[in-house]
Write a protein that binds this ligand. Structure first.
Ligand code: TXA
Ligand code: MG
Length: 334
């Protein structure tokens, strides 16, 4: 374990009522969802929203996803009249799907960075559902990590990243155990025809295509999802994705000979487990002081899309796939 900040014990709670109280009083609460932990604020509390950006160290031009308890409560926050959006919301919520649709009248500019669209989803986690139901209204919640770093899938991860900056007197970390999906929601832009996947995630692209009965538009060109910078989801150690186990063994050997602290990660046998454990594995590599983690990439199907996306973003910080042994032993990460 990493050193847990002293405020951790006073920040951590399993009490949904306390979380509601803190949010109503303008505090920021880290909440468990089925994907990753989010750093939540009441979606029209401008002061709390400003603190979410500040605590994460995130540019205010990167918009936040709005979370509601169910599709009815999306009213006023998002316009779900588009046929594809309505169909996907109906089929996938609650669940790891974010829809990009025209924003509703209640959404402040601070949430979307002034954009005419909003990302909205209904999370599937008993604590976030209960929280949203008791609170009424909506919550904004970006992943509860420092900007550019690995998303948190446990309350400990949140406390490791933000324990020092959250205020025990007004904020909270609602501990709902490890997130069952482990990678962020799939983001589908329904403002274009055909809809386009902006971020592969917990709901496989193939599943969305089956529901729509048509292929999605390829995600090409500069991504319309703001903040999808190439280097993202990055641990401090260098991540080297390779295509098969034999190549991974060879890469590990090359780094070992070069004197680097290196290990191999291959969870291609069980992609559900691979997704659930991905961010823990990346954080663990840093905790162990590894210079390099060689990771076997899953095939590009099902959850494999999201895993390949996160691995290439984690790797972008450390360079291309091949071992650049001229680099220093560690890189600072984004
Ligand atoms: O699973 C998830 O989606 C998690 C949990 C907490 O719900 N949330 C999450 O939020 O991953 P965040 O902020 O870390 O990632 C959302 C991404 C960001 O890159 C953001 O810029 C983009 O979605 N995004 C959100 N609203 C957008 C909008 N209106 N237009 C373009 N991009 C948007
Ligand atoms: Mg994030």
């Amino acid at each position: 374990m990493t050193d847990t900040p002293r405020s951790a014990d006073t920040l951590r709670s399993t009490e949904v009522d306390l979380a509601v109280e803190r949010l109503r009083a303008g505090g920021v609460v880290a909440i468990p969802t089925e994907t990753v932990y989010g750093l939540a604020a009441v979606a029209d509390d401008l002061g709390a929203i400003a603190r979410v950006y500040e605590l994460k160290g995130r540019p205010t031009s990167h918009p936040l996803i709005v979370h509601v308890a169910d599709i009815e409560r999306a009213e006023g926050w998002a316009v779900l009249s588009d046929a594809s959006a309505a169909l996907l919301a109906d089929a996938c919520w609650p669940g790891p799907l974010t829809l990009l649709v025209p924003r509703g009248r209640r959404v402040p500019d601070a949430v979307t960075g002034g954009r005419p669209t909003v990302g909205i989803r209904v999370p599937a986690h008993p604590l976030s559902t209960s929280l949203l139901e008791r609170l009424g209204g909506a919550l904004v919640a970006p992943s509860a990590n420092r900007y550019g770093r690995v998303s948190p899938t446990t309350a400990d991860h949140v406390l490791d990243d933000l324990g020092e900056v959250l205020d025990p007197a007004r904020d909270l970390v609602l501990d709902g155990g490890p997130c069952p999906v482990g990678v962020e929601s799939t983001i589908v832009d329904c403002t274009v025809d055909p809809p386009q996947v902006l971020r592969p995630g917990g709901i496989p692209t193939e599943h969305v295509e089956r529901l729509l009965g048509a292929p999605l538009a390829p995600s090409s060109g500069p991504s319309r999802a703001a903040g999808m910078t190439v280097s993202h989801y990055a641990p401090a150690c260098r991540v080297v994705p390779v295509d098969d186990h034999a190549s991974a063994v060879r890469e590990v050997e090359r780094y070992r000979i070069a004197g680097r602290a290196v290990d191999l990660l291959d969870r291609t046998g069980d992609l559900v487990e691979a997704a659930r454990m991905l961010y823990t594995d990346l954080r663990e590599a840093d905790r162990r002081g590894l210079d390099v983690l060689v990771v076997v990439r899953p095939a590009a199907e099902g959850l494999g899309h999201a895993l390949r996306d996160r691995l290439s973003k984690a790797a972008a910080d450390g360079g291309a796939d091949g071992p650049d042994l001229s680099r220093g032993p560690t890189s600072p990460g984004g």
